[in-house]
Design a protein around this ligand. Structure first.
Ligand SMILES: [Zn+2]
Length: 361
């Protein structure tokens, strides 16, 4: 297993990292939750994030100015309407639409007490998402919920996708986004255990890209690294090829978050660095409280930050329960030497930068 090759982040690397950004480890504050609470320096305007004029973050109920999410954490890839098993750490899709939302409401309330202000739901109709549940969850908790649209994988596509053209699919995606107040397209993926995309998957990626060109909604993707019976045939560079397909219709990489990059086996940061160098956000979005995996993630995050990509990293868990596991992970990052300012960038500013878009006239 690739996990056995991971080593604990060492002190030398942490010091190099801190030195590289000119922040004293000792001076870095420690919030009691290890999460969400902006440091005094940040809260007093130590860092400014700018957005294009007219930019909004579109939740299921309203268009927010990006500064509305400046004082809390946004989790960019979760599933509020799936059924996640804490025992197996598996998400059941599609979720039973009749399922009670009470368990997720109580998890959200706990997360909000610890500073979470916004969650992006990565489900859409071909995954069985119930958007009414998302509205009820947001109304009951006052959590900002961003709903998403699109298609997941070839084996979840509705049958008509195979005969529709790219432009027809794009038109439908735009209409659905308008009707459903979607704030993003995602998660958009390709099948596990394969060395290449299906033709229909390329058609859907390009259609999502064309829809984006019409309404500017951000896009987040699903990668199938490390899953399925033929996991070893999945090429390492498939995430870069996802970006190629979106770029082929004119989507700028900075509008895309390439997901599940923490599932890429091994410790080589070549692919995540290449994604960031092209301008894309990199999702470490399967943080599920597994100690061994999280130790490996810390190592990868340190390498990624050392390469200068703090403004490209997004963290999430891709589940619907116990959102504080991402908080616990950020505490591990702090222990490894990552400053409060960097945590703030990763958990507060990067999601806002990813989600903010200027609606067309
Ligand atoms: Zn997901």
């Amino acid at each position: 297993m690739e996990d056995s090759t991971f080593s604990r982040p060492n002190r030398r690397r942490a010091v190099q990292l801190i030195g590289a950004i000119g922040v004293s480890l000792l001076a870095a504050g420690r919030s009691s939750t290890g999460f969400f609470t902006p440091s005094r320096r940040v809260a007093s305007g130590g860092q400014q994030v700018s957005f294009p004029e007219g930019a909004v973050i579109r939740t299921i109920f309203s268009d927010l100015p990006p500064d509305a999410l400046a004082h809390g954490t946004t989790l960019f890839h979760e599933h509020l309407d799936g059924v996640y098993s804490r025992e197996t750490r598996q998400l059941q899709l599609p979720p039973p639409s009749s399922a009670s939302i009470d368990p997720v409401v109580s998890d959200i309330e706990e997360a909000m007490e610890n500073g979470v202000v916004c969650i992006v739901d990565g489900g859409h109709p071909d995954m069985g998402v119930n958007y009414e549940h998302l509205r009820e969850i947001s109304a009951q908790t006052d959590l900002h919920v961003v709903a998403s649209g699109g298609y997941y994988l070839r084996n979840t596509y509705p049958a008509e996708i195979s005969t529709m053209t790219e432009d027809q699919i794009a038109s439908r995606l735009v209409a659905e986004a308008n009707a459903g107040r979607f704030g993003a397209y995602g998660e958009i993926g390709n099948m596990a255990g394969r060395a290449d995309f299906f033709a229909d998957e390329i058609k859907v990626f390009r259609a999502v890209g064309k829809a984006h060109l019409q309404n500017n909604l951000p896009i987040f993707t699903h990668n199938s690294y490390g899953s399925g019976p033929n996991a070893d045939v999945v090429p390492r560079d498939i995430a870069l090829r996802q970006l190629d397909v979106y770029e082929s219709v004119g989507v700028e990489p900075r509008r895309i978050a390439v997901g599940h990059m923490d599932s890429l086996p091994g410790t080589n940061t070549d692919i995540i660095n290449a994604l960031a160098e092209r301008g894309a956000f990199v999702g470490f979005d399967r943080i599920r409280g597994d100690a061994t995996r999280d130790e490996a993630r810390v190592t990868l995050v340190l390498s990624f930050l050392e390469a200068g990509h703090v403004d490209r990293l997004l963290l999430s868990s891709d589940t619907r329960s116990d959102f504080l596991k991402v908080a616990r992970f950020t505490e591990q990052l702090q222990k490894a030497g990552v400053s409060d300012e960097m945590i703030h960038t990763i958990m507060v500013d990067n999601p806002r930068r990813f989600l903010a878009f200027v609606p067309p006239e």
